[in-house]
Design a protein around this ligand. Structure first.
Ligand code: SF4
Ligand code: SF4
Ligand code: FES
Length: 263
């Protein structure tokens, strides 16, 4: 890493980032190279400010998609930290590497053909490593969503699939937990499987949803969709702006639009 700070010029890329006036410049290290960036930026914006362009490792920019998993350390500190690049603000001496993909265990399964009475056995068959958790807690300490990952793995082991599904619900599939697990468990893909099992076999059926799916399949909305796709962009924008909207403070379930043609 370079030591001559005078030799390092900030690179303004003209991207989305407009640093606040007077923001202090701090050194960070991206893939081992030093850059000066405004201290107010998130890691994602700092990386762009430094001159990189995201091709992968960036999606929603809002902490939802999990595409921007990032590891970092501070110079002089042994602790490895993790976060989402779009949510984590840079700090002086931050050494950053992004991990936009991690090779997790993703076994094939057919959700339609699972023995309803043997869901836990199916989890054991597909994800035997789950049952080798050593309870170290590294996954929980790594999770940027503050999910108690170790606990949902413990619930899986005990056969409490509903509990595991509920506890893992906020997972954004960033894969950071999996990258650190000494037992090589792919926590987030196992949790996705368990949530799918719950949705399919353990939760009450959503009858209203089944009815709506039937209506969609019957072609009820084809005409409306055709009309929309044939409209000009301007007309679509106008339609969007002028659409009937539910009032902000409406009592839930009480509001219906005047035009009920498409309900
Ligand atoms: S549980 Fe794992 S994959 Fe999900 S958000 Fe937390 S660290 Fe990321
Ligand atoms: S990191 Fe792996 S072994 Fe450690 S508690 Fe989490 S799932 Fe278990
Ligand atoms: S870009 Fe989607 S969570 Fe960061």
């Amino acid at each position: 890493m370079g030591k001559d700070k005078d030799a390092i010029k900030p690179l303004a890329t003209g991207d989305r980032t407009i640093p606040p006036e007077g923001a202090r410049m701090i050194p960070i290290y991206i893939m081992g190279r030093e850059y000066q960036v405004p201290e107010t930026l998130t890691v994602m914006k700092a990386v762009e400010y430094a001159g990189y362009r995201y091709v992968r490792g960036c999606g929603c920019r809002g902490g939802i998609c999990g595409a921007c998993a990032t590891f970092y350390r501070f110079v002089g500190d042994y602790k490895l930290k993790a976060g989402l690049a779009c949510q984590t603000v840079v700090g002086p001496g931050m050494i950053i590497v992004q991990l936009p993909f991690f090779p997790a265990n993703r076994p094939d399964y057919d959700l339609e053909n699972i023995d309803e009475g043997a869901l836990h056995e199916e989890l054991r068959r597909l994800y035997p490593e789950v049952f080798k958790c050593v309870g170290c807690g590294t996954c929980t300490r790594t999770c940027p969503m503050d999910i108690d990952v170790m606990d949902y793995i413990a619930l899986m082991k005990r056969g409490d699939l509903k509990g595991a599904a509920q506890k893992s619900f906020d997972c954004v599939m960033c894969g950071l937990c999996t990258s650190r697990c000494p037992a090589q468990i792919s926590q987030f893909t196992a949790a996705m499987f368990v949530r799918r099992l719950c949705g399919k076999y353990l939760m009450p059926k959503a009858e209203h949803l089944a009815k709506r799916v039937e209506e969609v399949k019957s072609g009820r909305y084809e005409k409306m969709l055709k009309e929309l796709t044939e409209m000009s962009e301007e007309d679509v924008k106008k339609l969007y702006v002028e659409r009937e909207r539910e009032p902000d403070m409406a009592e839930p379930g009480t509001w219906l639009p005047e035009d009920k043609e498409h309900l």
